[in-house]
Design a protein around this ligand. Sequence first.
Ligand code: ATP
Length: 235
Amino acid sequence: MLEIKNLTLRYGHHLALEDVSLTVAQGETVVLLGANGAGKSSLLKSVGRLVQPAGGDILLGDASLLPLPAHEIVNRGIAIVPENRGIFRAMTVEENLRLGANPARARTNEALMRGEIFALFPRLAERRQQLVRTMSGGEQQMVAIARALMSRPDYLLLDEPSLGLAPIVTQELFAALDRIRQTGLAMLIVEQNVKATLTLANRGYVLEAGRIIGSGTSEQLATDPLVQKAFLGSA
Ligand code: ATP
């Protein structure tokens, strides 16, 4: 289980996360909802060891991730797809995937993994030699996810994967996420596309101004007046 425990993060005097606790069990899909600036990216950056929390802990099983450097996180089975996608646009799809297979845990069976990933993303299989910068936003997002999957993670953390994508492309992306979910991989998804994510996720949390203000199953969240008002555009 991935566990975020009483996490506090400050940027100077600004308190970005305050006493945040959440869990993602193996095989589970969890959504983190929150308005712009709520602290969602900061939470993923904390797990990725890109920022240093002021308090609390991040545990994988019984082991704290806080003493580890950023590059070690992926070796422990946690892959993060950042909001800026973290891909190399001057390289081809296949080259990006090869770089994603860098951690020791991924080097064996690289070809097999690539085959499995191309089965999840048939559109990338057709375009394996294409330069990423010539691809559409949705295709680039798929490259970013495919690259993260090449590290053979147990937990996939996604920061607003549908940001900037057209509705039809978003639909295709969520279909791919659903196929990934069915492989048994655990996911934590930060999203503004609340309806689609709640359909995909088992449960979720609501973050507001750095604090968790609600949590529940996807059904509970979808009918929660607070969630409906803030994210689903109804009173
Ligand atoms: P968005 O959806 O807009 O990306 P978010 O929920 O991911 O928002 P964060 O990016 O985590 O929010 O930011 C949380 C708060 O921390 C915001 O008020 C933001 O301005 C602030 N913040 C983020 N990064 C830094 C930084 N490096 N230095 C100072 N303040 C920061």
